[in-house]
Design a protein around this ligand. Sequence first.
Ligand code: SF4
Ligand code: SF4
Ligand code: SF4
Length: 252
Amino acid sequence: MTKIAIWKFTSCDGCQLSLLDLEEDLLEIAKHFEISYFLEASSKRADPPYDISLVEGSITTEEAKRKIMDIRAQSKYLVTIGACATAGGIQALRNFASLQSFKQRVYPRPEVIDVLPTSLPISHYVRVDYELQGCPINKLQLLQLLYSYSRDLRPSFSSGSVCMECKRRAIPCVMVASKTLCLGPVTHGGCGAICPSFGRGCYGCYGPKETPNSASLCQWAKDELDFDPLALDHAFKKFYCIAEGFKLSHES
Ligand code: SF4
Ligand code: SF4
Ligand code: SF4
């Protein structure tokens, strides 16, 4: 049986919950996979090595830096799940400012908070075999990924944008119909264009697609939607705030 381990670093647990959210598919998973380490679901632990490690969360402490290296050494495949593990997450907003000033504002005793000055993705510290995008991830993509790696195959998901999914579903474009900013043209597909299907713009929770032209989208939003640079900065500075494809937008 394929041994899976699920690890958590700095995160909200939402991506791990996607696994539990598989509901009836969990019974099928139990026939093919041994869940060797998953503290969110069980206190049972099996010793390494593991075939597939699913890693949620960003690296924000010295202890986490050491632990992720151990996990890499114990795992045949290491997959990051979600925006936190793949791109530093919303907590990487602190990378743009002084950690000291955040600590002083938030905590009554800032001197006891021992963290790194940045929140960085797993790939900054170790080799990652696959990065599954989303905040949270799509549970069906997770299922497909597990079956692929259990057969030593690299999973294959479309690299198209949310716009492509939106057009396939014949959803009216919110940028055209209601002059609402939508990051769909530059955002990685995978969610099935959930937000436009409810008449709202995409806010980029699947991160930048391959070769996104965020600068062009920003220019269009300035010219056609009267967005000011600060509002655009806020639109891109969310779950993937330090991802290259979205970082460019802060400077345009
Ligand atoms: S990517 Fe989103 S849902 Fe997943 S752990 Fe991070 S904050 Fe939670
Ligand atoms: S609503 Fe957004 S995702 Fe859909 S077509 Fe328009 S810009 Fe693209
Ligand atoms: S439409 Fe955009 S913000 Fe909404 S779920 Fe999909 S990727 Fe995330």
